[in-house]
Design a protein around this ligand. Structure first.
Ligand SMILES: O=C(O)CCC(=O)C(=O)O
Length: 310
């Protein structure tokens, strides 16, 4: 029943109507791009199909002059310089093991007192609203300035997700979940809160896959109509991508991470979680998603504008 209701756009529209403050971000951008939408209306990539696919460019000179870049190790700097080509970068020891422990303790407390509960499988959403340390790392000015250069825009922390165990998520691009116009206005910042390898659900990614087209609702016939969002299951999207990966002969890599290491991924990089086979181990990690504030931000599958918590 709930699943059927969720197919209709109206409940989201009503909810949105009462949440103008969290949605006002898109209003001037609709005006800028000549999109005749209200802040509460449903929105998806089909609303931008007539507009040019404007490109983002990373200004390398600006990047290397950020305080964040200057403080990186030689190895991390090299990875950052290859981000445009590879669609990801690996920054070793981004946070100290002490800070990783502090985050882990904080998450444990927030779970114990019932503030954070697993949803969508094993996700602990939005700890940024309950933990100073998690919020402060995500809002660190040097990090945000650096990410803004990568986005060719203005990075704004949108959400955090903590995991205790591997997500085991199938290969996907975040742009199906968190989408922008112009495309590419999203970044994932993933931090290992303990050592992670093949047996405890490592993150995987497909180098250079960010250069593929953005696969969105129309690519797997999930556009819906004026009153309903698309009918296809999320599994249909995963299967569509699985086929693409096979057809194009793409090869994934595994991120073997030490506690405190970070991986930043591009809006369109294909990534997911490996099977978590060793049940005696946990896989504690934290991922932040940043939107580009200078872009229209929305959720392609559910065709909802993105709500920014205040
Ligand atoms: O942490 C993982 O295993 C995957 C996380 C992920 O895919 C995401 O946050 O988009």
């Amino acid at each position: 029943m709930l699943k059927q209701i969720r197919q209709y756009k109206l409940p989201y529209v009503i909810y949105n109507f009462f949440n103008k403050k969290k949605l006002q971000h898109n209003i001037p951008l609709y005006r800028k791009y000549g999109i005749s939408k209200n802040y509460f209306s449903s929105i998806s990539s089909s609303d931008f199909a007539h507009l040019p696919a404007s490109k983002r460019a990373i200004n390398q000179e600006k990047l290397v002059n950020t305080e964040f870049f200057k403080e990186l190790s030689v190895e991390s700097k090299e990875s950052a310089m290859r981000y445009d080509d590879n669609g990801y970068m690996i920054l070793r020891n981004f946070i100290s093991t002490d800070d990783a422990d502090k985050i882990n303790n904080e998450i444990e407390k927030l779970m114990e007192d019932g503030t954070l509960k697993f949803i969508y499988g094993g996700k602990l959403m939005f700890a940024i609203h309950h933990s100073e340390i998690i919020k402060n790392i995500g809002n660190n000015k040097n990090l945000v300035d650096f990410l803004s250069v990568l986005l060719d825009g203005k990075a704004k922390l949108f959400q955090s997700i903590n995991f205790i165990n591997g997500s085991q998520q199938k290969t996907h691009s975040d742009s199906i979940h968190m989408t922008t116009y112009p495309l590419g206005g999203l970044l994932g910042v993933w931090i290992a809160l303990e050592d992670v390898d093949e047996t405890n659900g490592a993150l995987h990614y497909i180098p250079q896959s960010h250069k593929l087209p953005y696969f969105l609702n129309s690519d797997y016939e999930n556009e819906g109509d004026t009153i309903r969002i698309g009918k296809k299951s999320y599994r249909a999207y995963e299967e569509f991508l699985e086929e693409k990966v096979k057809e194009l002969g793409l090869k994934k890599e595994i991120f073997k991470a030490k506690k405190g290491d970070m991986l930043i991924w591009h809006a369109n990089i294909l990534h997911g979680g490996e099977p978590h086979t060793d049940k005696n181990r946990t896989r504690k990690s934290l991922v932040y998603h940043f939107f580009d504030e200078n872009s229209v931000c929305y959720h392609e599958v559910t065709q909802r504008p993105a709500l920014f918590e205040l």
